[in-house]
Each structure stands twice: as structure tokens, then as C-alpha cells.
Design a protein around this ligand. Structure first.
Ligand code: ZN
Length: 292
């Protein structure tokens, strides 16, 4: 069975218009996030076709776990988004599972795949402090510029942001994010920006307790503790073996079919675990996400 999900959109201070322009969603000029596969309480994606039409992903997870090969977790593990940064996002860090457990949540490892980037667009991953003392010294001097590790990106790059890694998406980036199903963010630095007369709240203490030191290594493999992302260019009709827990997919480019159902750019869906294989017709670029 192929399930398609209706995405949920989030207006943000830093969002833009690329979600509407690129993927033809009915969104505006400040839409920062498109949540396409989500069982998180901050945005539940409903099924938009077939037998389970109108049910949310969390309904299916709780009541029809057989669709997911009876995956052994009470909590749905992932959250899949497309992010359009018209402005810089704050520099932030997320807790790992163990740290997040204290507040009853999952930690947040993230995988990023760059869908598009304006010329000279950068990304921030990691930092240059060798010790906690050095880290604090940079902050005391307000020298965020030399603390953070920033570098240019282009379309097709991929990054793995493990919990504890200082990071920020910068303006001009359009990316696919596959992360653990968590919404806990510790904001470390927001460029002293003023929004509606005030600065946004920072969570410096939590961030300091969470950040990895040292942390200069850039990881590019899109694999986390319990999920994996593969990017596939399908230029001729191809049959894929399904995972025992099913396969989530996002159509990133093109127009095709999946098991003879129409598939277009910006579609999010799932091949349930009862399908041994699934066939994608030519002319599509897909992200395929599997659990393990
Ligand atoms: Zn993040």
C-alpha cells in the first residue's frame, strides 16, 4: 500500500517563498518549514489517499503498527521536513536521547540534504574551540565569528548533525531535513537580532551543557542511530526492495509514478511493509528513508 501525507506548513521569522515557488505548495512569503512526515504533536500529517484517508500518521502508528512491520518503539521515530531559509536561523544545539529523556522527549540527530543554495550560501556546523575554557573565552569576548565553523555549501551536499553539534542553517538554503521526532532546540546565539522590539530568548546554559567540545569533524553520511536516508536519481523504471519496516519517501524532483500511482515533486509518502518491492517510473529524484 502506498500512503501519501498532506504536509503541514510553519510560518517563521526567517522563512521565505521557495516552498511555494519550487514545490508549488499553497504557501506564502514567510513559510520556513514544511513538515511532510510527522507524528509529532506540534504538527501531525494526515493521510491524503486510500483506505486511511484523513487518519494522522500517529493514528496509524498507534493502531496499525503492522503497516510499519511492527517496528518496536511506542514513539514514531522520525520527522521529515523541507526548510526554506530566507534569513539566517539562530545558532543552536539539540540534546541527545539521554539528555532529552529528562524532559520526556527524544533527542535530535538531524540529516540534511541540500536541495538548493543561492551563490555564496554558507552553513554552520561545529566550532573551533579545543576545550570548554576556550569555548567560554570566545563567548566572553563575543567572538562568535571565530568560534563557529562556517563553510560554503552547494546543491547536493549532505550533512549529518549529531545531537550536541552546534549548527545553523544560513540564508539562501533550501534543504531536506530528516531528524528524530523531537522539537527541542537550545538557542545559542541569534546574531543580536531584534524582532518586534526584542531579542529572541537564548538557552545558553542548556546549550553549554549540551554542546560537544571539541567538535570540528564534518560528517556527510546520512545515517543516524535508527534511520538512514538514501537519495536516488531514477532515470529509468526501477524496482526497489522494500525494507522490513517499510520505506518513507519524498519526491525531490521530477514527475513519475510509484506502484502506478502519480508522484510529483514535493510529495511525501510511505510504502507499507507488506509490499516486498516497489517500482518507481523514470524521471524522478527521491529521498528514501528507512528505519532500523
Ligand atoms: Zn537543528
Amino acid at each position: 500500500m502506498i500512503l501519501f501525507f498532506s504536509p503541514i506548513f510553519k510560518e517563521t521569522l526567517w522563512g521565505g517563498s521557495k516552498l511555494a515557488k519550487t514545490f508549488h505548495y499553497s504557501t506564502g512569503n514567510t513559510t520556513g518549514e514544511c513538515w511532510g512526515i510527522s507524528a509529532h504533536s506540534n504538527g501531525l500529517t494526515p493521510v491524503k489517499n486510500g483506505l486511511y484517508f484523513g487518519k494522522t500518521l500517529v493514528d496509524l502508528w498507534n493502531n496499525h503498527r503492522e503497516l510499519f512491520g511492527n517496528y518496536p518503539s511506542t514513539q514514531f521515530p522520525i520527522l521529515v521536513k523541507i526548510i526554506d531559509a530566507f534569513d539566517d536561523l539562530s545558532i543552536q544545539v539539540h540534546p541527545n536521547d539521554e539528555q532529552a529523556k529528562k524532559v520526556g522527549a527524544l533527542g535530535k540527530n538531524e540529516c540534511w540534504y541540500i536541495l538548493d543554495a543561492d551563490p555564496y550560501t554558507k552553513i554552520i556546523i561545529g566550532h573551533h574551540a579545543k576545550t570548554k575554557g576556550e569555548f567560554v573565552e570566545y563567548i566572553d569576548h563575543g567572538d562568535y565569528h571565530h568560534l563557529i565553523q562556517a563553510f560554503p555549501i552547494s546543491k547536493g551536499d549532505s550533512f549529518y548533525i549529531e545531537a550536541g553539534t552546534l549548527h545553523a542553517i544560513c540564508k539562501g538554503t533550501l534543504l531536506l531535513e530528516v531528524q528524530q521526532s523531537s522539537d527541542i532546540t537550545y538557542r545559542f546565539y541569534d546574531y543580536d537580532r531584534i524582532y518586534h522590539g526584542e531579542k529572541r530568548e537564548l538557552h545558553l546554559r542548556e546549550a553549554m551543557n549540551t554542546v560537544k567540545i571539541p567538535d570540528e569533524l564534518i560528517k556527510t553520511e546520512l545515517t543516524s542511530a535508527n534511520f538512514k536516508v538514501k537519495i536516488k536519481d531514477v532515470d529509468k523504471s526501477t524496482t526497489f526492495k522494500n525494507s522490513k519496516y517499510g520505506t518513507f519517501f519524498v519526491c525531490l524532483e521530477g514527475q513519475a509514478t510509484i506502484q502506478n500511482q502519480d508522484l510529483k515533486m514535493g510529495d511525501f509518502g510511505f510504502v507499507s511493509s507488506d509490499e516486498q518491492t516497489f517500482t518507481v517510473s523514470e524521471n524522478a529524484k527521491l529521498a528514501m528513508i528507512t528505519l532500523y
